[in-house]
Design a protein. Structure first.
Lengths: 178, 274
């Protein structure tokens, strides 16, 4: 076992958080909160064995709580149209427009579906592991996964996809977290 | 959960996409797939989508970790030192558990099912996956490959990195087959790659490769005959016929709707070149 197992998981935590939130700062904040939580709950891990699953569980719980809180806050006030902040959705170098598009469609998925889709696709976690992390039955994971994939495909294929620079289409309200 | 013959459920398609379908169910899934164009299209779209998601923020994995995050992780290290005695016991317990775990797993592996798939089953699964990958992507007009032959260097570099092995693209020009390009695919135990070739008549053959399951770890005593390792195996079970062989822990399957002799000749050429 490595001496610094925690740091080895940071890159994949960052990638997952980035895809989940669509925002570089938000993602790293989430990773930081996760690492801090991991420090304070360190003893709990010793009883288990799979560090990665444990870290992703911590991150999941933090994220879900944050969203719940920010939704409550947002009910009083501002919502942000995702197209208006599209320029903030940092994409990878290759095929920037397509990446931004994919990221934007991802953010349009219901949160539960997005979480399952990303855990399975990015982390190669088994459905049973994802069920444990998200604390739902495996059957629910499977149905969320199917719905996420079908919906994302529809969104990506949708002809109404606006060009990036011109956001003249009717706004889809999507709350920006935090 | 769903024991439905004939039609492929979405659960099964998910499992295929994520490489989570047990080997014992693969044959049935392939049969169902062969006669279900809608499922085939869904499978293809979901596979493409999965790869796009994996590519999305890939550079983040290589990026240096921000200092703030390293600091957060280092706090943990300090906590550990403060918790030293506890940590040592915990570490020891973990090591013991790990040792048990490893013993238990490798035991299962030697004893065969249901813990692990024997070499025979994993070969079958591999060939099936190769054949399905061929059936799914070779009819594609617009996106048969992720990276085209025009960017061959990039293609080879990229796939070598993802498969953690330096790869080479075989040259089949003399046989009339030109490289179309390649793509990355999910496999049982990690990434797999597919190279696609096409001749003047538009016939496509694909080379599917990746580390194979049941590949004995160094030091274990799984009987392996060298003759079997390099032997070509022909299979016509999947949607298209394939020649399959294993070389140094890597499996290769050449698939295509071409006569057996031609496929054999191509397979031998590929084998010699790699």
């Amino acid at each position: 076992m490595s001496k610094l197992p925690l740091t080895e998981h940071i890159p994949s935590l960052r990638r997952y958080a980035r895809a989940l939130t669509g925002d570089a700062w938000m993602a790293d904040d989430l990773v930081q909160d996760t690492l801090e939580r991991a420090c304070s709950k360190w003893r709990l891990w010793l009883h288990g064995s799979d560090m990665r699953a444990w870290l992703f569980t911590l991150m999941h719980n933090i994220y879900v709580n944050q969203v719940r809180r920010s939704v409550r806050q947002a009910e009083a006030g501002t919502t942000v149209n995702v197209d208006d902040v599209a320029h903030e959705l940092l994409a990878s170098d290759s095929g920037a427009a397509e990446s931004i598009d994919l990221q934007r469609c991802l953010l349009r998925l219901p949160q539960d579906q997005r979480i399952v889709l990303l855990l399975v696709s990015l982390e190669d976690l088994s459905y049973a592991e994802v069920a444990k992390i998200t604390d739902v039955p495996v059957g629910t994971v499977m149905s969320r996964l199917s719905r996420a994939r079908s919906r994302l495909r529809e969104l990506m294929d949708s002809p109404a996809r606006p060009a990036l620079a011109v956001s003249s289409n009717p706004p889809t309200p999507l709350r920006r977290l935090k | 959960m769903e024991l439905q013959s004939g039609k492929l459920t979405q659960d099964k398609i998910n499992r295929l996409v994520d490489g989570q379908l047990p080997a014992s169910e693969q044959a049935d899934a392939m049969t169902a797939l062969a006669s279900d164009p809608v499922a085939r299209e869904t499978l293809r779209a979901w596979q493409v989508q999965r790869e796009a998601l994996r590519e999305l923020h890939l550079p983040l994995l290589e990026e240096p970790i921000p200092e703030t995050l390293l600091v957060a992780a280092r706090h943990r290290q300090q906590d550990l030192q403060r918790l030293d005695p506890w940590w040592r016991w915990g570490g020891m317990a973990a090591a013991v558990m790990l040792a048990f775990g490893v013993g238990w797993l490798s035991h299962g592996q030697l004893d065969g099912p249901p813990m692990a798939f024997g070499p025979k089953q994993s070969a079958q699964a591999f060939i099936h996956q190769a054949s399905v990958a061929h059936a799914v992507f070779s009819p594609e007009v617009r996106h048969p490959v992720e990276v085209t032959a025009a960017q061959q260097d990039h293609l080879v570099q990229w796939l070598s990195k993802r498969l953690e092995k330096p790869l080479k693209v075989p040259v089949l020009i003399a046989q009339g087959y030109e490289l179309v390009g390649g793509r990355l695919l999910p496999g049982d135990s990690g990434a797999r790659a597919q190279f696609m070739f096409q001749n003047q008549a538009g016939t496509r053959v694909t080379l599917y490769l990746g580390a194979v399951n049941g590949n004995p770890a160094p030091g274990t005593t799984v009987p392996k005959t060298d003759a079997e390792q390099a032997a070509f195996r022909y299979s016509a079970d999947g949607p298209v016929a394939s020649f399959y062989w294993v070389d140094q822990g890597f499996g290769y399957a050449l698939s295509g709707a071409v006569p057996r002799e031609e496929l054999m000749r191509l397979a031998q050429l590929v084998y010699q070149q790699l």
